[in-house]
Design a binder for this molecule. Structure first.
Ligand SMILES: Cc1ncc(C[n+]2csc(CCOP(=O)(O)OP(=O)(O)O)c2C)c(N)n1
Length: 380
């Protein structure tokens, strides 16, 4: 058994400076230690997949990260681990608890995941390192985890068994709830063509900013318009762009603009609650709503019935607006960028396929490193 504060101190000595996750009773001591430490940044996520994407964003802004969760939530994390961390070679240290460890009495819902936790972590490409069980092992395990992450860009995973950590009390300050902002309606006429709106947004957003474009055709349209070191084109992790934007915005002085889709935003709606709670002042979250999963053939989403800007306001964003059409969208974007964040824009766009779209000619791993260097010039 080790003390959570010793593990945390060891992690900090190795340069790990950003923590996110979803609780598990086995993790309580470590989570309590991280949350209680004013020098360690902890972001509580609404799902394990969101936590993985937040950590990826924090890494893009120069941090070394830990994502911790119950192994039950490993399923929720598989998508970003395989389609975000792997292609972009974005490392993190995953600490997954071992509920349902074979031979240890536990609840029925943990039985199967307990059996497959280690093989599943191996299957999704993580490098497994044993969770330290004595003080002497803490430094060695963490040093080898960080060395491997730095050298390979791979995710390192530790499976934390029952009773590995001594109990630790929680000293938590509850977040302040800010008054809700009124949703601004910029009106407008026919929905804009997305690529024209993207071009206009690109002109307004400072070149120093980071722009994260959601998976599917949005990223390809942005790339076709212009390639830029401050662009990150998501190739997977559907729904993860806003969580990546949050992780980045919390760790850079630069403006971060997330170009989201309606389908993607709906897939991970919990991200908006975390953004509202964390109040990243430099984040602008734009949902380009074509009411379709356009990239996969134009199947309808349920977005016509969803008031995204009202949700953003209800989650605590400091600016929330909706607009339809190019002119109204541009006016809303200009206004948003001048307001304190987090800011949210719901922009209706036409469901129109662009013919002859390019695909990024550089690898995701190169895109990620270029983006990290770009933000690094303005990091905190
Ligand atoms: C987890 C996951 N599920 C499904 C897909 C397949 N997929 C790729 S893009 C896309 C549609 C995204 O819809 P939206 O965010 O509205 O953007 P649009 O396609 O309209 O540009 C889907 C379903 C995926 N990449 N990942």
């Amino acid at each position: 058994m080790i003390e959570a504060d010793d593990f945390l101190a060891g992690a900090r000595r190795q340069g790990i400076d950003f923590f996110t996750g979803v609780p598990c009773s086995f993790l309580t001591p470590l989570m309590n230690a991280v949350i209680s430490d004013p020098g360690a940044r902890y972001v509580g996520a609404t799902s394990e997949g969101e936590a993985v994407a937040i950590a990826a964003g924090a890494w893009l802004a120069g941090r070394q990260t830990v994502v911790m969760f119950q192994n039950s939530g490993l399923g929720n994390a598989v998508n970003p681990l395989t389609s975000l961390n792997h292609p972009f070679r974005i490392p993190t240290l995953v600490i997954a608890t071992w509920r349902g460890e074979p031979g240890v009495a536990d609840e029925p819902q943990h039985e199967l995941m307990g059996e497959i936790t280690a093989p599943l972590l191996d299957l999704v490409g993580t490098r497994r390192i044993a969770f330290p069980v004595s003080l002497g092992e803490v430094e060695v395990s963490l040093a080898s985890a960080v060395a491997h992450m730095r050298a390979s860009g791979e995710v390192v995973a530790m499976v934390q068994p029952k009773g590995a950590l001594a109990p630790r009390a929680l000293d938590e300050t509850r977040p302040v709830q800010l008054p809700r902002v009124e949703v601004r309606d910029f009106g407008g006429a026919a929905p804009a063509r997305r690529m024209e709106l993207l071009a206009a947004i690109r002109e307004i957003v400072p070149q120093s900013a980071g722009m994260i474009a959601t998976t599917g055709h949005t990223g390809r349209e942005l790339y076709t318009l212009q390639d830029h070191p401050g662009h990150l084109y998501c190739v997977g992790s559907m729904g993860g762009a806003s969580a990546m934007g949050l992780g980045a915005a919390l760790n850079t002085e630069r403006q971060i603009v997330v170009l989201d889709g309606d389908g993607a935003a709906l897939m991970k709606l919990g991200n908006m609650a975390t953004i509202g709670a964390q109040q990243p002042s430099g984040l602008t979250h734009v949902v380009l709503d074509n009411e379709r999963h356009l990239s996969t053939g134009g199947q309808a989403t349920v977005s016509p019935g969803v008031d995204f800007a009202a949700i953003a306001s209800a989650c605590g964003y400091r600016f929330a607006a909706r607009a339809c059409g190019l002119e109204a969208g541009v006016a809303a974007m200009r206004e948003a960028l001048g307001a304190p964040g987090p800011r949210f824009l719901h922009l209706k766009v036409a469901a129109e396929q662009v013919v002859g779209l390019g695909r990024p000619g550089i690898t995701p791993a190169e895109v990620a490193r270029r983006f990290r260097a770009h933000l690094g010039e303005g990091g905190v």
